[in-house]
Design a protein around this ligand. Structure first.
Ligand code: ADP
Ligand code: MG
Length: 690
């Protein structure tokens, strides 16, 4: 606020909107992209694969086309060499007011091939006089919000503020890496990096600035995670599971219904090793849907039992908890191991008899939902907690699990959402990762088809054959509209429509707005076979097991992330029959979308899909990371592209900590100060993640 031209009002907006309160914060508010304003292209020159470019011309022929989710405003932009289509999906009313015909504009945007024509979605247009305020060359563009724009803090204003700050700060800016790190990485100084990220003197210096800042960001993140992990290992210790005993052996030799896959055997071995070190196990078990994680969970639980401990499984929903309870009770039949179920709907009476048995150790395996975390649930000696489908649980909830015994129980987190390596390294730090990369023998992979809505009638007829053969069908709708009521309307219409098409079958409906008891009741109808068709939103995504369901139809499939589609597809293909997954879309699609859907039809490998998803959409969209409560506040590094920098930063951070765990050496003072500062600012509680 003391900077000329800012004042208390603008300062307040900056604080509220982008959390900038100091000059330093402002300098670390990096451009989200850089553009080369030095060249203006002719429309004739446009070809595939161009980045953001500039054109000069006029707009004509506004028109609103399409319906529902496809409703959009189009116009033509032309110069003396040709024309290109412009498209807007938002502000359909305002745009024609804003950009008038017969005015010459500098257009800025990215051309994409749509069908056979190039078009530019949501272009930025400016009149020439505004544009040529003495700016040429490579420029930074800053993200701004609506409220910032209203306070005249648009991208260009931020540029000016940063210029002024750079004129007034101490020069050079104080270095934030130590000599050793700078020497090993050959990065440019902080001063050079900050100045060039905002006002690049050349493309080469911009690249160096980006590298330095990305490296620094990932380096400190890794330093933090690795240090916290070391601390945890030293301080906390872990229970020892030294022996394989009666429970494990009896189950293995008498009850195991099939041979374990090699991948399952390997993971059990890894878990045995972890629990025999005196440190707490924090293991993430990734295995595609249907890969047999439950069995691994059970074997680990039996290991805990054999060493005098109790075990628990926590699942995100009541249905899943109940399914686990039933499966595990069946698997343990005749072995005299007491297993119990505890969920939100466990009655008070039942609780009253159950909880004392958990406390006195009679109940050896407790399976349930969030209800397990409550303080009233006390164990005699809990040694292992298995968390299924981890991403539905928040960090704080998991931290509570740790307190269920005098030293924290071992934790095995199971997920079917494959997390790409770079992401796992960042989000989970030193959580060890096991992978089941092999499906049990004899599975028929789900066949996936991309079908256009125009062919809907034929589709419904083929589906009828499946229904006639006694199979069940899922139909999933995405959240499309900005308003929830519209979404519900879409879903309900779909539901009514399906009932008309298949009058001879029972249809149920599930969506997120329903009370959870109603939701469970509807799902139960499908699980029991009382209904043959389930119309739903993505609430069915996680874990439900209905082996008789063989068809998954996904409406507006283009609206889903790949990992999400893969999860949905995982709901079928669980029985002996060939299953189908149908991705329904309209015919007009962007190249990118076509590519994404093609990946789904080409592969069933969740890891390939997750990597592709990360490349195509970026990490913010990866399923689960948002819900997991780990904010992705990386300012400049990008996990989908900067995997190499991340590995390098991690190795270097590890070397430094191996040599000086508390960063007490004088040569590491800078690192320690910087880390302390970051911890204060972000209050990173990340080491409690697992
Ligand atoms: P997920 O990893 O999705 O939780 P489940 O544990 O539910 O998978 O296993 C899926 C199905 O595969 C179950 O019906 C289970 O009985 C079966 N299964 C698990 N392991 C094996 C195996 N080694 N051989 C044959 N079938 C197996
Ligand atoms: Mg499962």
């Amino acid at each position: 606020m003391y900077l000329p031209g800012i004042g208390p009002k603008k300062a307040e907006v900056l604080r509220k909107e982008i959390n900038v309160v100091s000059w330093e914060d402002m300098l670390y508010y990096f451009p989200y992209k850089h553009i080369d304003r030095s060249k203006i292209f002719k429309i004739r020159e446009i070809n595939g694969n161009m980045p953001f470019i500039q054109l000069k011309g006029k707009v004509r022929g506004y028109e609103i086309v399409g319906e529902g989710s496809g409703r959009r405003l189009t116009a033509t932009f032309y110069d003396d060499t040709g024309s290109i289509e412009l498209v807007w999906f938002r502000m359909l009313k305002q745009i024609p007011e804003l950009y008038k015909p017969n005015v010459e504009y500098i257009l800025f945007g990215k051309p994409t091939l749509f069908g056979h024509r190039f078009s530019i979605a949501h272009p930025e247009l400016e009149t020439e006089d505004k544009f040529y305020e003495g700016e040429v060359g490579v420029q930074g563009q800053y993200n701004t919000t609506e409220r910032m724009k209203n306070a005249f803090l648009h991208s260009r204003a931020l540029q000016k503020i940063i210029t002024r700050i750079l004129e007034n700060v101490q020069s050079p800016l104080p270095e934030t890496l130590n000599q050793e790190v700078i020497a090993k990485t050959h990065v440019v100084s902080l001063d050079e990096a900050i100045r060039n990220i905002h006002f690049p003197k050349s493309a080469d210096l911009l690249r160096k600035a980006e590298y330095r800042l990305k490296f620094e960001e990932l380096f400190y993140l890794q330093l933090h995670i690795l240090q916290a992990t070391k601390y945890r290992e030293r301080r906390l210790g872990g229970w020892l599971f030294t022996q394989v005993g009666e429970s494990f052996n009896n189950f293995y030799h008498r009850n195991l219904p099939f041979e374990l896959t090699n991948a399952q055997k390997r993971v059990v071995r890894e878990i045995r090793q972890d629990t025999n070190t005196g440190k707490q196990m924090n293991r993430l078990l990734q295995g595609d849907v249907g890969s047999g994680k439950t069995l691994v969970a059970l074997l680990s639980l039996l290991l805990a039992l054999d060493n005098g401990f109790q075990g628990a499984i926590m699942a995100p929903t009541e249905i899943l908890a109940t399914q686990h309870y039933e499966t595990i009770s069946q698997l343990l039949a005749g072995l005299d191991i007491e297993v119990a179920l505890l969920t939100g709907s466990t009655r008070k009476k039942q609780r009253e008899t159950l909880l004392p048995k958990v406390l006195n150790g009679e109940i050896r395996i407790l399976i349930g939902t969030h209800a397990l975390i409550e303080d009233t649930v006390e164990f005699k000696n809990l040694g292992l907690i298995i968390v299924d489908e981890q991403h539905r649980f928040g960090v704080a909830q998991r931290a509570k699990l740790w307190k269920k015994n005098t030293i924290p129980p071992h934790v095995l987190v199971m997920t079917a959402t494959p997390i790409p390596r770079t992401l796992a390294m960042t989000v989970y730090g030193d959580l060890d990762v096991s992978v089941i990369d092999e499906l049990p023998p004899g599975r028929k992979p789900v066949k996936t088809f991309h079908v256009y809505s125009e062919k809907r009638k034929n589709l419904y007829e083929s589906v009828r054959k499946q229904l006639q053969a006694g199979r069940q069908v899922y139909i999933v709708y995405p959240l499309i509209e900005e308003s929830e009521t519209m979404d519900l309307k879409n879903l309900t219409e779909g539901f009514e429509n399906i009932r008309e098409i298949y009058p001879e079958y029972h249809v149920c409906m599930v969506h997120g707005k329903m009370k959870s008891a109603d939701k469970e009741a509807e799902m139960q109808k499908f699980v029991s076979g009382e209904t043959q068709i389930m119309v739903a939103t993505t609430v069915i995504e996680v874990g439900v097991n209905v082996p008789n369901a063989t068809v998954m139809i996904i409406e507006n499939a283009e609206r889903f992330g790949l990992s999400q589609l893969h999860q949905l597809r995982g709901r079928v293909g669980r029985g002996a029959d060939q299953s189908l997954c149908i991705l329904l879309t309209r015919y007009e699609l962007s190249e990118n979308t076509r590519r994404r859907l093609a990946i789904m039809t080409e592969t069933n490998d969740g890891f390939v899909i997750a990597e592709e998803d990360l490349k195509l959409r970026g990490p913010g969209d990866i399923d689960g990371t948002q819900q997991s409560g780990i904010a992705f506040d990386l300012k400049i590094a990008n996990l989908s592209h900067d995997g190499q920098i991340l590995s390098f930063a991690r190795d270097l951070a590890r070397d430094i900590l191996d040599d000086d765990p508390m960063l007490e050496k004088p040569s590491n003072t800078v690192l320690k100060q910087q880390l302390d500062k970051m911890n204060r600012q972000r209050q990173m509680g990340w080491f409690m993640i697992s």
